[in-house]
Design a protein around this ligand. Structure first.
Ligand SMILES: [Zn+2]
Ligand SMILES: [Zn+2]
Length: 556
């Protein structure tokens, strides 16, 4: 019989399981809570007007007084981008590498929220007591410097979280994934491992970041007389470092374009993670003073973000810098799922301006930050966990990661495929599902603020089916329609067909209202409902559409 007092750790998955983005989970030990990452996700094109998608923090908000800390594995937006929303309701210290904290602090400062935040910088391999939790930060390689895997030493044994990682043996900064420590943790006995599944479908090993520099150097060399514009993530300091190194060697002046590019390189320099010695930086306003072959522009916007520097260049929307036939634009990136369409638009627009465009579909100008199967196998071999939960991926990625674990000898009964909202209760000997918590999408609509699903459903209906507005004025005493029924369509047809629709709709609604008035219906709400129902029936039957219906039937 299991001892009733057997210690357990609960894991609450708030995001990142079943999607790439909004990574967030909460560990619970002895009633205390530890948050690991709080990320955002970018919307699909069908999410009209939505700027960001966050985890639903409602569950966490109700337990805000029990949160001991927020641990950040690394500085990417899909792990830190929701902090400014989480910290509205939960005030707990943030833990992470100096760069990770630096990125987070910068975003919180922008949101004017940094004043009440406690930032705790941790060093590689440091073990920190965070309230009830004993947390160790293990260096891993990824597409941002200073990424960490997390080992939480608990009464049920070690809980291991890989963070986002790859096993890059030739990283730009020489800081490799600490495989020796991973092996030592494995030897000590890891009860639960949760690991990155992004590339679990991909065989082999992810190319080292340093191979990208080799490709870029060749491309630059082949184009001595062309102006070069390289777009990459502003957080990817190692990519930026390689581009700067080549610029230095080729004596090109460098322009940094985009607010986050400027801010992040400044932070990188301050933390000595970026070496800009001997680089001649210039301003866009001076760009035209130099022949194309003597300048290099590094900019943001490799994901086609509409407000970014690259999108502005593609739209010929920058005051000082026009991209043209003398330019080669390199997108040193790969579109995040959901961004393919916007990236495609940017590439098209750049072609329209006559520029040469090189992207990851043409040359190896990008290396993923995530482990492929070979590296995942290595991790499983090092950690040899008792229980395994694939995380950080779309559903198929997690299934493939589970299969991979099985093929490495993991008992399938000890692999748990979870989704957002699932809760697992883990003891040293057992895992059980412990219900679910709310974990739906939480939408952010620019200045409009937070949204749930309802307005978005309306927006979809508006986009797909248009809208109809019906109005009329009814005299209460006589029960007569005094100002006749009018119907205004939006987003329907052109010309005659719209007129046909309106005529049919007016007839249908007038009839329905007259019938109701004959039966002495005088209540405005009732009459509005009757009008909308008549309208809905007509367009549903005759046009097979479900538009947004609005009515203004006034009774006076
Ligand atoms: Zn990442
Ligand atoms: Zn990630």
């Amino acid at each position: 019989m299991a001892n009733v007092a057997e210690p357990t750790v609960k894991v609450h998955f708030l995001g990142g399981l079943g999607e790439i983005g909004r990574n967030c989970m909460v560990l619970e030990q002895e009633g205390r809570l530890l948050v690991i990452d709080a990320g955002l996700m970018f919307p699909e094109p069908s999410m009209y007007g939505i700027d960001l998608i966050l985890p639903d923090f409602a569950w966490l908000k109700e337990r805000a007084d029990r949160v001991d800390g927020i641990v950040l594995t690394h500085g990417h937006e899909d792990h830190t981008g929701a902090l400014r929303y989480l910290l509205r309701d939960v005030s707990a210290p943030l833990y992470g590498a100096p760069l990770t904290i630096g990125f987070a602090r910068h975003r919180l400062t922008e949101a004017k929220m940094d004043k009440n935040c406690t930032f705790v910088e941790v060093r590689d391999n440091e073990r920190v007591r965070i309230g009830a939790f004993d947390v160790e930060f293990i260096p891993v390689t990824h597409s941002v410097p200073s990424a960490h895997a997390i080992a939480i030493h608990t009464p049920i044994g070690i809980v291991f979280h890989s963070g986002d990682f790859k096993l890059d043996l030739m990283p730009i900064d020489g800081r490799r994934t600490d495989v020796a420590r991973l092996a030592a943790l494995g030897d000590a006995g890891v009860t639960l491992m949760m690991a990155d599944s992004t590339n679990a479908e991909e065989p082999g090993f992810t190319a080292s970041e340093s191979t990208v520099g080799v490709t870029l150097r060749r491309l630059f060399l082949e184009r001595p007389n062309r102006r070069l514009v390289v777009a990459c993530f502003a957080s990817h300091l190692h990519r930026i470092q390689q581009i700067l190194d080549i610029a230095r060697d080729q004596e090109r002046k460098v322009v940094l374009l985009g607010r986050s590019m400027e801010a992040n390189t400044k932070l990188g320099r301050r933390l000595k993670l970026l070496n800009t010695e001997g680089i001649a930086f210039i301003d866009t306003t001076n760009l035209d003073r130099y022949p194309p072959g003597e300048v290099l522009v590094i900019c943001t916007g490799s994901q086609g973000e509409p407000m970014s520097a690259l999108s502005k260049l593609a739209r010929a929307d920058d005051r000082f810098f026009r991209v043209g036939p003398d330019d080669t634009v390199i997108l040193s990136s790969h579109p995040i799922p959901g961004n393919e369409w916007s990236v495609g638009r940017v590439i098209d627009d750049l072609h329209r301006l006559g520029a040469e465009v090189i992207h990851s579909g043409r040359e190896a100008v990008h290396a993923s930050g995530h482990a492929r199967q070979g590296e995942l196998r290595t991790l499983h071999q090092l950690i040899r966990p008792k229980f395994f939960v694939p995380i950080h991926g779309e559903y198929r990625h997690m299934v493939h990661h589970a299969d991979l674990a099985t093929s490495m000898g993991q008992d399938p009964k000890r692999i748990w495929i979870c989704e957002d909202g699932d809760v697992l209760e883990v003891s040293s000997r057992n895992v059980r599902r412990a219900g679910t918590i709310p974990a739906g999408y939480h939408y952010i609509d620019g200045d409009g603020g937070d949204l749930d699903d309802t307005p978005l459903a309306d927006r979809r209906m508006l986009a797909e089916h248009g809208a109809l507005l019906v109005s009329a004025g009814i005299e209460k005493k006589s029960g007569q329609i005094k100002s006749p029924v009018t119907v205004v369509p939006r987003g329907w047809f052109e010309g005659d067909r719209d007129r046909d629709l309106v005529a049919a709709a007016v007839k249908e609604v007038t009839q329905a209202l007259e019938e109701a008035l004959k039966s002495d219906v005088r209540d405005a709400d009732d009459l509005n409902r009757i009008a909308r129902r008549a309208l809905g029936r007509l367009v549903g039957q005759r046009f097979r559409r479900q538009p947004v219906l609005m009515s203004s039937i006034v009774v006076f």
